[in-house]
Design a protein around this ligand. Structure first.
Ligand SMILES: [Zn+2]
Ligand SMILES: [Zn+2]
Length: 290
């Protein structure tokens, strides 16, 4: 597993407080996300998962063919801990903006009355059962994306721990060379530049981080310099948006070489939503579901 800049709750708090001062427009959103990230960190302490074992022969095929180690459905999740976290997320959402508050209150009410079964909701998140999510969101009268966000947020500590364990199977001496996560095959949410300009990608599903080629579109594998470019704002040189003309997708990049403060990629992702808007106004599409 590659090094994460910030792992502890204290460090998350520090990263949030620095960025709140830098970008006051995100104050309210950050207040919610800080509590969410801290709740997810706390949840990790109560999770125990049996390690996933990958037999040597299967592993060598996966390495040769560049297949991810597992599929999303193969993750092990601590359902009890995830259920506790789901209810906590409902309460936190209840104190947040109107859309989240509405969803949080509704979902909590249905969980309490038993009209939504938490273990089913959580396992359907892994199996990506779209029909279940369409129907449940409709019956709750809440946005399906918000429901998915809360459900994924609840299993995220398990996914992240599972990915940490599985990362021991990845070959760190060989560049993965693919745009999808070597652990679970999902697209990256954000990229980061460090050191001498090495580029790392962060999985949108399991938080795994992997080393990537610098000039490369992770969504269509384009490596042609002429059709890959980026834009940035002069006021925020630590961020840029990498754009691929071939597939018209974009990914946000944090240039950690220009940042003195602590960097927690998932906080940076939230506080750069204005860049998503800029990219989408140019007709570009995010490479992962927002
Ligand atoms: Zn992943
Ligand atoms: Zn592309």
């Amino acid at each position: 597993m590659t090094k994460k800049e910030i792992e502890t709750a204290e460090q998350i708090k520090k990263a949030v407080s620095v960025i709140k001062a830098l970008r006051p427009a995100y104050k309210d959103l950050l207040a919610f996300y800080e509590k969410l990230f801290l709740a997810q960190e706390t949840s990790k302490k109560h999770i125990y998962l049996q390690p996933i074992k990958i037999p040597e022969d299967l592993l060598s095929v996966k390495r040769k063919e560049k297949f991810p180690l597992i599929t999303r459905a193969d993750f092990t999740v601590d359902i009890k801990a995830s259920e506790v976290l789901l209810k906590k997320i409902c309460r936190l959402a209840g104190e947040a903006n109107e859309v989240l508050a509405h969803a949080g209150v509704k979902l909590m009410d249905c969980l309490d009355r038993g009209t939504v079964d938490a273990p089913t909701l959580l396992s359907k998140t892994l199996s990506e059962d779209n029909v279940y999510f369409d129907e449940t969101a409709k019956s709750l009268e809440i946005d399906k994306k918000v429901l998915l966000f809360m459900a994924h947020g609840s299993i995220r500590p398990s996914l992240s721990l599972c990915a940490e364990q599985l990362a021991t199977y990845t070959d760190k001496d060989i560049l993965w060379g693919k745009g999808y996560c070597p652990v679970c095959g999902s697209p990256p949410a954000i990229s980061i530049l460090r050191g001498e300009g090495e580029r790392f990608l962060f999985c949108s599903f399991c938080d795994h981080e992997w080393h990537s080629q610098r000039i490369y579109c992770p969504f269509c594998e384009n490596k042609d310099q002429k059709t890959l470019h980026y834009f940035f704002s002069k006021e925020e040189e630590e961020y840029r948006v990498d754009v691929c003309d071939q597939c018209r997708k974009y990914i946000k990049t944090i240039d950690a070489r220009n940042i003195k403060r602590p960097v927690y990629p998932f906080i940076e992702q939230v506080t750069t939503l204005h860049l998503d808007m800029l990219a989408q106004n140019q007709g570009l599409q995010s490479g992962h579901p927002l």
